[in-house]
Design a binder for this molecule. Sequence first.
Ligand code: HEC
Length: 100
Amino acid sequence: MKKMTLAIATAALMSAPAFAGDVEAGKAKSAMCAACHGAEGVSAIPMYPNLAGQKQAYLAKQLKDFRSGARKDPVMAPMAMGLSDADIDNLSAFYASLKP
Ligand code: HEC
């Protein structure tokens, strides 16, 4: 499992160096996201999107857009507000590493 995570992180690093993130740190940070998006990035609730297996660059862009207000959502905006760039890279790496 650890090896697998590393391989995925390495692959993500090679394909998108601008979005280098730490999967383990992202997993730790994702506790606050799990209530809506599921512990494994697959939501049990229809109104919340799945994040597992989504592209890392896409996830990072959405979170930055929620944070800046470029993408508006009353639920996600306050979630993204408290995230640093490093948090966003780590969370994006974590969700991108999961199987949808
Ligand atoms: C209270 C519920 C809730 C929590 C907690 C929450 N989200 Fe969301 N999230 C949503 C909803 C609802 C949407 C869909 C917003 C829309 O329709 O634009 C969303 C959308 C997203 C998207 C965009 C998905 C896409 O396909 O475009 C990302 C990325 C995301 N959330 C990440 C996170 C992360 C990371 C956290 C934790 C820091 C988090 N969310 C916490 C409810 C939540």
